[in-house]
Design a protein around this ligand. Sequence first.
Ligand code: MOS
Length: 736
Amino acid sequence: MNAVGQPISRFDGRLKVAGGAWYTADISLGGVAHAAIVYSTIANGRTVSIDTQAAEKAPGVVIVLTHKNMPRMNPVTWSHLHPQGQTYLPLQDDRIHYAGQPVALVVAATLDQAAYAGTLIKFAYETHLPVVFDQRTAKKDAVEPPRRMWPLSSSIGDADAAIADAAIKIEQTYTMPDRHHNPMEPHATLAVWEEDGTLTLYDSTQMVVGTRKLASLVLGIPEEKINVVCEFLGGGFGGKSWSWPHTLLAALAAKVVNRPVRLQLTRAQMYSMVGHQAATVQTIALGAEHDGKLTGIRHDSINPTSLFDDYVEYAAVASRHLWQASGGIATSHRVVHVNRNSPVVLRAPMEAQGHFALESAMDELACATGVDPVELRLRNDTETDPYSSRPFSTRALRECLTKGAARFGWDKRTPEPRSMRDGRYLIGQGVAAAIYTHWRWPGKARVTLKANGSALVEAAAHDIGTGTYTVMAQVAADALGLAPDRVAVRLGDTRLPESHPAIGSSTVANATAAVMLAALAARQRAVELALTGRDAPFDGAATDDVIIADGRLGLTKANLNITYTELLARNGISSLVGDGDYNPVEEVNGPKAIFSFSAVFAEVRVDPDLGLVRLNRFVGAYDAGRIINPKTARSQAIGGIIWGVGQALLEQSETDPVSGQYINRNYSGYLVPTNADIPELDVMFVGGFDEEASPLGAKGLGELTAVSVAPAIANAVYHATGKRIRDLPVTVEKLL
Ligand code: MOS
């Protein structure tokens, strides 16, 4: 029986619940010193003087590092695809560019001693008013940054003319706040220098390979002398995709004090040191015929970024690809430079924000035309990517919409706002569709078939908590003809074959494809032994004749007459190694446009007196290509929907305009969904094998499931109340 397609429970589940999975901050070593970061309370200015005397004399203190005595780092340049989350490096000069910027690092025998000594340091600042992001002036303040990843602007046809001439026009501005990742696991680094100058960084990262690269650049040591290790992550969410100042601080501090240094960010520090999702101000204009067919789309987005980096939140990209518009589609992105740390990707970046604007506007169009929101989307479906004019590899959006609607019972919905009730509660039902970028990245993997008939998969890829250890075992098992529990998987160590970061929901399609290739290579070597090795059992047969199942090789299913173990023993070898090297062309250069799709349906219950919104039920229908493990896939979808509920109803990071500080820097001030917020979530997978997307037929899934939850909920809130909320999150005060 094939393992792929089976709902296998995670192999690391037992380890995790029993405490056997060590996260970075759990790792302890003898002789470790503890570092604590002291950060600036001002957002703009410079440090005039720093008095460290009391801190240096405090119990247990090894050293106090500030910009005055911190060794210099090599400067780095920045791009969306480089490993550095921000280019402004810590403790290198007296400038203060954002609140929460590291201004000192105390190294002491214990964490408490380091943190306490930090409170004794006296800073005198020259303070200027911070530049903060203001939605009301964003258009005036915005500038066009250099292109970093995708083109900043796009124009197909003449969208503005089409919208001007359209029978029906919608033009609205949609706004979203800054958000923070808030994974359960804090960021932590344990830096260890060996006597031969090798640096090992145990680091909570989605990108061991990138962390190694950044450390090499900044510290000026060759990559071969750096190991980065991260076997388990307690949530990455994008905040651990790139590398941040604290990792570099830990590495340099360990060098200075000549012993291992452990540095763990506090919850509050995770608001200013490891990125966040930038707020967006998005304007959408739609032009359409009376029947709802789009004639033009214009989508413009503005986001704040730091003074030193041009992070672009590509929110308008969704509008380049999702719907056809006969007259044209135009998009643009600009940024506003403010006093804060650099933003970064967060839980379905770009798409999660862009779809709120686009799919809210589509709902407004449905209302304006009187066309049912599901039908409206079916009418604007397209088999060709409007942006690149390439056909989509696979696009089961129609199935997502129709099968999702059937599962949800959409036909029972009455279209009038405030027309559905449950007792005193207003009931609302909303739909939204989504398109999600398919990332293609090269990756390598190694599969070793051992003398005992088990196999080992190795790659410097990651399981960010979504089940990669299990899914890779399934894929290797099928390629080798083994039961999946005979396959062990090792990930998250730069000493393993180089792979790509766990970002963009790309690990199954790419890193796991490399595992399949490696496993097939190992299998091929075994088959060769069976055909031509010592006492070859299948001498004279062809490669394709050989069948392998349950670790036994044969020429017919009925006669599997030699095991891997016997085969290796007969040839006097202890293991067979297969290497996999998956090197896809970049998606933009391929013959087909490759994306994942979804349609999601939300039902909300709104208290008419209190304005309180509760999600009643939710149906998500997804086309993410072939599903390798329906159980881990469903778990990912549930997680993604919960993120979306947070975006829709709860999450917002607030900045104090005077101090430039984030105000709500903990779980009591920053709200994320809890179990009580989440009702029944019903997910279905309607996609099939996509041969363009990956040799495994899989497309990106995880983050797709977070996209369009917010507009589905906001559309449902409109249906329930007649109030259109264009500013996330949808909170009580906006509904009253
Ligand atoms: Mo995901 S925000 O691409 O790590």
